[in-house]
Design a protein around this ligand. Structure first.
Ligand code: PEP
Ligand code: MN
Length: 336
C-alpha cells in the first residue's frame, strides 16, 4: 500500500502516521515529493483494514498495491483443475454443462438428459430450489428434484449440478449432486460461502449481477480460504443501463479473470442474454476466448418450460451450436 500525504501536513501529524504504522508492525519509507509525501508500506496487510488509514489527518489517498484476494490469484497458483471423478475434469479442455433451468419432472429431465448424453455432454444441470422474483412462479421440486436429478444423471453416466439457496439443505446437496452451484443472487451470501468452504465437494460460484471482478474473486477467496479448493467460477453477465438483453454480456472479463485467477472459468450465455436466438453466437465467442466450459439451458419444448423458456435452446439449436463449437475448438487446437 502507498499512503499519500497532503502537502503542508504538519510534521507532528506525519509523526503520528509513522507511529501508527510502527505500532501495527509495518515497515515503510518516506518519500518527500513536490506536491505530496509518499509512504510506501510493506508487510502482510491481508487481515488489516488499510482503509482506516484514510481517517488519519493529512492522508490524501491510499493506493492499494496488492489485491484483496491472494489464494485464488495467479500469485498463489498457476492453475486449478477440478476433478469430478470418472475421468471428468473441469479446467482441461472445454466442458459442456446443459439441461433445463429447472427439474420439472422425472419424465422431462430424462428426455433432456437422454438427448444431451447422446451428444456426449457429460454434466447435467437442473434447478431444484429456485430463487424467483415472484412468489407465485415455479419454486422448484426441492429435495425430490435433487433425487430425480441424481437418478437421471446416473442413468446416463453423467455428473450433475444444482443450485443451493439455503445452508439447511447442504447435506442433501452433498449426497445428490457432483457440483453445488451458488447462484448470482447469493454470490455475497457470506454465511453460505463459509459453509461451502468447509466441504470438499466442487462449488460453482456465479458472478452477481452487480459484482465487480474484485468482488467476484473475493467471494471465491471465501471458499478457498475456508478450505475448499474445488471452486469453479461462472461469468453470467452483469446488470447495466441497457436492457436489450437480460443482463449485459461481459465477455471481456473472460481473459481478464483468467489472467488474475487460477480457477476454472465457465461462461453462462443463457442467463447473460436471456434470448435463445442469441445464445449460440455468444457461446461460440466465449469458447474462442478460452473459457473452460459453457453452461447452457436446454429444453425439448422451451415454450412450455416452467422457467426461463425464452432463453432455453431447443434440441435442434443446441445440437447445431454444440457441433460448431466442437469444430471451432478443434480448429483452434490444430491451427493456432
Ligand atoms: C441458474 O443458473 O439457474 C440461475 C438462476 O442463474 P443466475 O444465478 O446466474 O441468475
Ligand atoms: Mn434459468
Amino acid at each position: 500500500m502507498i499512503i499519500v500525504i497532503k502537502k503542508d501536513t504538519p510534521e507532528d501529524i506525519v509523526e503520528e502516521i509513522k507511529e501508527t504504522l510502527l505500532s501495527n508492525g509495518m515497515s515503510f519509507d518516506i518519500l518527500k515529493g513536490v506536491k505530496f509525501t509518499l509512504i510506501p508500506v510493506v508487510g502482510d496487510l491481508t487481515t488489516s483494514d488499510v482503509d482506516r488509514f484514510r481517517a488519519l489527518p493529512g492522508v490524501a489517498n491510499i493506493i492499494k498495491v496488492s489485491k484483496p484476494y491472494y489464494l485464488v490469484s495467479k500469485d498463489s497458483k498457476e492453475k486449478t483443475v477440478v476433478d469430478l471423478g470418472d475421468g471428468l475434469k473441469i479446467g482441461e479442455g472445454l466442458t459442456f454443462i446443459s439441461g433445463p433451468c429447472s427439474v420439472e419432472s422425472s419424465e422431462s429431465i430424462d428426455k433432456i438428459a437422454s438427448f444431451l448424453a447422446g451428444l456426449g455432454v457429460k454434466v447435467l444441470r437442473g434447478g431444484t430450489y429456485k430463487l424467483r422474483t415472484s412468489p407465485y412462479s415455479f419454486q422448484g421440486l426441492g429435495k425430490k428434484g435433487l433425487k430425480v436429478l441424481r437418478d437421471t444423471a446416473d442413468r446416463y453416466n453423467m455428473k450433475c449440478i444444482s443450485e443451493i439457496i439455503d445452508t439447511k439443505d447442504l447435506s442433501s446437496f452433498e449426497e445428490h449432486v457432483d457440483i453445488i452451484q451458488i447462484g448470482a443472487r447469493n454470490m455475497m451470501n457470506f454465511a453460505l460461502l463459509k459453509e461451502l468452504s468447509k466441504i470438499k465437494k466442487p462449488v460453482l460460484l456465479k458472478r452477481s449481477l452487480s459484482a465487480k471482478v474484485d468482488d467476484f474473486l473475493s467471494s471465491a477467496e471465501y471458499l478457498v480460504s475456508g478450505g475448499n479448493e474445488n471452486v469453479i467460477l461462472c461469468e453470467r453477465g452483469v446488470q447495466s443501463f441497457d436492457d436489450i438483453t437480460r443482463s449485459t454480456v461481459n465477455i471481456a472479463s473472460v481473459p481478464m479473470i483468467k489472467d488474475l485467477c487460477h480457477l476454472p472459468l465457465i461462461f453462462d450465455p443463457s442467463h447473460s442474454i436471456g434470448i435463445a436466438k442469441y445464445v449460440p453466437p455468444v457461446a461460440e465467442a466465449a469458447a474462442v476466448m478460452g473459457v473452460d466450459g459453457l453452461m447452457v439451458e436446454t429444453h425439448f419444448n422451451p415454450a412450455n418450460a416452467l422457467s426461463d423458456g425464452y432463453q432455453s435452446l431447443d434440441f435442434e439449436s443446441f445440437e447445431k451450436m454444440h457441433q460448431r463449437i466442437l469444430k471451432l475448438i478443434s480448429f483452434i487446437n490444430e491451427k493456432v
